[in-house]
Design a protein around this ligand. Structure first.
Ligand code: ATP
Length: 497
């Protein structure tokens, strides 16, 4: 029997049986309960239901309690909802909004299969067991799982959230996830960078203005609060807001209304506010730059964003997510080898995920469609790996082939004195892999120089096939025309970073 367990909660026995028969036929392992109160929670945790089909749940109280329990456990199985539930049924508030899928009835196998497929449910596998979110902070480190849990907990409520953390840690990404997982997800999400807008313009930017309110106000204009009506407003870089604006914002948060600049009409607003800053607001309060009362208004549910250097185990997932986004948005295709990702784990990432995202975009330009190895990374990333003694894998040995066999004389041309010079170990030791790569690079350049830049003539000097040499030149970024200038393409690329 398959381990893919699906829970069917339905008081309508005939319907529950029909759904269960179909699921059985599809090789799932359905279990029917007519009341969610019958579910053994201790066992449910262990089994991780891969989906829940919800039918007639009576007054819904026990199903609501179970939905609440699922959310508290951070379990988000797809919930397939049979017809007959009110759009504002209280249980909805406990579930991840993107995990609820409508199901028609009477139901056919194809429809059920399609609903399960759309709910991203394949046969249970590790991915289905993992907490996955279609949007939001990427990763499976303890810090990111905890972050996603907090977002899930607070998203359904209108609580003001304060996102704290270094620049580039993904505060805006988290704010969007809060919006997408909230009941406001079909309304606008509006972000405003309070630090980037001059203080005298910020009021009009946030609250709008009436025609003629100030020089240049040629027409009436709505502000960001009005644009975000019914939805979510992210006030980014709130720590940089001027004191006079802080007073005005405090009033909106307290009274939920404002006037446009130059206007007298009071406009009510229904906006969930999320604030974000990379600054230490307590220090700003101490230095008299931030109002304490505003801080307490904003700090209802603080979320600390983890720095990338503290969660480098997320790099493979982040690299996969960002390279996929780059490809989908037509900004280039690139992939990273395992040794490149391993090398990146040694770097401190002062710019966090933004820096990673920028790096990948540049690599996609420099190596279109290619696979970037550790040796191809810009100098500063290689330096971090080298300092940690993990530079990059030794270059691949030339494959045996007819051309290699043709060049035994060249290979044995190294005299013992030469070999002895190359194998002398200095007292402080060496980085063997870097050393070997350096020797290889030096010999490639020497052979090309000797052959006047003609690859076909340089290859036999190294006992390589021409195609192998071309591949190595590409790997090291050697541009034949630049040899005269004594620099490689990689040197130039590294300098550009
Ligand atoms: N989980 C993620 N997956 C993909 N890209 C991400 C992720 N998190 C952050 N990024 C990318 O990193 C960059 C920075 O993210 P974001 O703007 O959310 O950070 P921030 O903390 O708000 O930065 P700042 O404090 O400078 O405003 C963006 O380009 C964003 O797309």
């Amino acid at each position: 029997m398959s381990e893919s367990r699906i829970l069917v909660i339905d008081r309508d026995d005939a319907r529950a049986e029909r759904v269960a028969t179909l699921l059985d036929f599809m090789d799932f392992n359905p279990r029917i309960v007519d009341d969610a109160a019958d579910i053994d929670l201790a066992r449910a945790r262990a089994s991780d239901w891969v989906a829940v089909v919800v039918g007639d749940v009576g007054d819904g109280a026990s199903w609501e309690a179970f939905a609440q329990w699922l959310a508290a456990q951070s379990l988000h199985p797809p919930v397939l909802e049979l017809p007959g539930h009110a759009a504002d049924a209280p249980w909805r508030g406990h579930l991840h909004p993107q995990s609820v899928w409508p199901l028609a009835y009477p139901i056919r196998r194809a429809q059920l299969q399609d609903a399960l497929r759309r709910a991203s449910l394949k046969r249970i596998d590790d991915d289905a067991r993992r907490e996955v979110h279609s949007s939001g902070p990427t990763g499976r480190s303890a810090a990111v799982l905890q972050l996603n849990r907090m977002i899930d907990q607070v998203a359904p409520h209108d609580t003001t959230v304060l996102l704290l953390g270094e620049s580039g840690t993904g505060k805006e990404v988290a704010a969007r996830a809060l919006h997408d997982r909230s009941p406001r997800r079909d309304k606008p999400f509006v972000a405003v960078n309070c630090g980037a807008i001059p203080a005298d313009l910020l009021e009009s930017e946030l609250f709008g203005h009436e025609k003629g309110a100030f020089t240049g106000a040629l027409t009436q204009r709505k502000g960001r609060f009005e644009m975000a009506e019914g939805g979510t407003l992210l006030l980014d870089e709130i720590g940089d807001m001027s004191m006079p604006m802080q007073v005005k914002l405090l009033r909106v948060l307290q009274e939920r209304c404002f006037e446009r600049v130059g206007g007298t009409t009071t406009i009510k607003c229904n906006v969930r506010v999320i604030a974000a800053t990379h600054r230490n607001l307590e220090q700003r309060i101490a230095s008299g730059d931030f109002r304490e009362d505003l801080f307490y208004r904003l700090n209802v549910f603080p979320i600390e964003m983890p720095a990338l250097r503290d969660r480098t185990e997320d790099l493979p997932d982040l690299v996969a997510a960002i390279t996929r986004q780059l490809a989908e948005s037509g900004r280039g295709r690139v992939s990273l080898s395992a040794d490149a990702i391993a090398a990146l784990r040694h770097y401190r990432w002062p710019g966090n995920v933004r820096e990673l995202s920028n790096l990948l975009e540049r690599l996609a330009v420099l190596h279109p469609g290619g696979t970037v190895r550790a040796a191809d990374l810009p100098a500063r990333y290689r330096a971090a790996a080298a300092a940690a003694g993990d530079l990059f894998d030794p270059p691949p040995a030339p494959e045996p082939g007819p051309a290699a066999a043709e060049a035994p004389q060249a290979a044995s041309a190294l005299d013992p004195a030469h070999i002895s010079a190359l194998t002398t170990l200095p007292p402080q030791g060496i980085d063997l892999r870097g050393h070997m790569a350096g020797i290889e690079l030096g010999l490639l350049r020497a052979a090309l120089e000797q052959a006047g830049g003609v690859v076909a003539h340089a290859a036999p000097l190294l006992g390589l096939r021409r195609t192998t040499l071309v591949e190595k030149l590409r790997k090291y970024g050697i541009d034949r025309e630049q040899l005269a200038a004594g620099e490689t393409a990689r040197d130039r690329r590294a300098a550009a970073f």
